[in-house]
Design a binder for this molecule. Structure first.
Ligand code: CAA
Length: 382
């Protein structure tokens, strides 16, 4: 009989092999050409990886959160852009549906998502509502048995490539500005009339992931496509982001780990002053600090995941994990570019992409400043 440890090892090994064969060799080219590898995502999904933590009764793999993060680390080490499409789908729309979906919604949306037949995304931000997410203005108005949505969303991962988006809009009185209380969540298939994704953003990093705004133009949905209770959408989004932020923590660890691996190899091979640069203590100290910070970031992220699996409220632990791991990714990749010197600044060498990919981990799913706010508020409430 397989133990939980055996299952973890098998799943992570499967993801590692998949990443090594089907993702990493192509990642630089996808990055250069902005190619979104939907076919590879679908193939990964058919192995079960689009339903990683989803309960078995909804066709998921029912993995624990630590195993899920270990898979995301492997993907991120290969290509952080690939990892984010998988991570968002698994963490945010999935968490929202598992927790708040009706039995019919679970049958119709959650099960095909977990089987890898539907790719999902999440749209909270707007051009004027980034860190202040409760300031969003897209509006839904009741019309008979339907809701009609209008407005503009921004920077939504998978917006132009997903089959399904979870979209947060106001359902209070138009122009009421009642903050977090007046927001609801809708399940929106992307082929619904009135859903128009904008041109994909031209980003610094994660260039092969799809990030786009969305125009909602008289988009009509039956009432049974609202998720959970009216007015609770902000809370559902925050719960989803708690899970999402752990995933970004693992993404930071994966990016940083790969940068260190490249540096270990390079500093053994690169000779200056007639010896490998890895023999210089200044270089060794950098490598030692990189490895130590990565280890700490992974431990913090996994500790928060274990708390989640134990049923604890992890909001500020997820923020700590994301904050520390994303700042680790940025620091480690900056050192990596430095160690590679002139070569590090060139597109031909892999650390340049890792450096660009690392930056967004300090920005999306809540900036480092927002994570500090969440942590500080939790401390002051004790
Ligand atoms: N879980 C459950 N409920 C939560 C919660 C959580 N983690 N966080 C807040 N809430 C609840 C609060 O308890 C409160 O409910 P009550 O009034 O009933 O007590 C309600 O939500 C409002 O909370 P706040 O008063 O704390 O709201 P705020 O306006 O002060 O905002 C914030 C708090 C932490 C700053 C929040 O706005 C935030 O996280 N901002 C960053 C947004 C963000 O991460 N955006 C990223 C979008 S996704 C993305 O990047 C694109 C992508 O596709 C990757």
């Amino acid at each position: 009989m397989s133990t939980a440890t055996d299952i973890r090892e098998q799943v992570v090994e499967l993801a590692r092999e998949f990443a090594k064969e089907k993702i990493e060799p192509f990642a630089a080219e996808w990055d250069r050409t902005h190619f979104f590898p939907r076919g590879v995502i679908d193939e990964f999904g058919r192995l079960g990886f689009l339903g990683m933590c989803t309960p078995e009764e909804f066709d998921g793999m029912a993995l624990d959160t630590v195993t899920y993060l270990m898979v995301l680390e492997e993907l991120s080490a290969a290509d952080a852009a690939f990892a984010v499409s998988i991570g968002i789908h698994n963490a945010i729309p999935m968490t929202m549906l598992v927790k708040h979906g009706t039995p019919e919604q679970k049958e119709r949306w959650l099960k095909p998502m977990a089987r890898g037949e539907l790719l999902a995304g999440f749209a909270l931000s707007e051009p004027e509502a980034g860190s202040d997410a409760a300031g969003l203005r897209a509006q839904a108005v009741k019309d008979g048995k339907d809701w009609v949505l209008n407005g503009a969303k921004a920077w939504a991962t998978n917006a132009g490539t997903a089959d399904l988006m979870m979209i947060m809009v106001r359902t209070d009185q138009p122009n009421a500005r009642r903050g977090a209380k007046g927001i609801s969540t809708f399940i929106v298939p992307t082929d619904t009339k009135g859903y128009t994704p904008a041109k994909p953003e031209d980003k610094m990093g994660l260039r092969s992931s799809n990030t786009a705004g969305i125009e909602l133009n008289d988009l009509r949905l039956p009432v049974d496509q609202m998720l959970g209770d009216e007015g609770m959408g902000f809370v559902y989004a925050m719960e989803g982001l708690d899970a999402g932020r752990l995933g970004i923590g693992a993404q930071g660890v994966g990016i940083a780990r790969r940068a260190l691996e490249h540096c270990l190899q390079y500093t053994n091979e690169r000779k200056q002053f007639e010896k490998p640069i890895g023999e210089f203590q200044a270089v060794q100290f950098k490598l030692a600090d990189m490895a130590t910070r990565i280890e700490a970031a992974r431990a913090l992220t996994h500790r928060a995941a274990a708390r989640k699996d134990a049923g604890e409220d992890i909001s500020h632990y997820a923020s700590m994990a994301k904050l520390f791991a994303s700042e680790t990714a940025m620091w480690v990749t900056t050192q990596a570019v430095q160690l590679f010197g002139g070569y590090g600044y060139m597109r031909d060498f892999p650390v340049e992409k890792l450096f660009r990919d690392a930056k967004v981990t300090e920005i999306y799913e809540g900036t480092s400043e927002i994570q500090r706010i969440v942590i500080a508020r939790a401390l002051r409430q004790r």
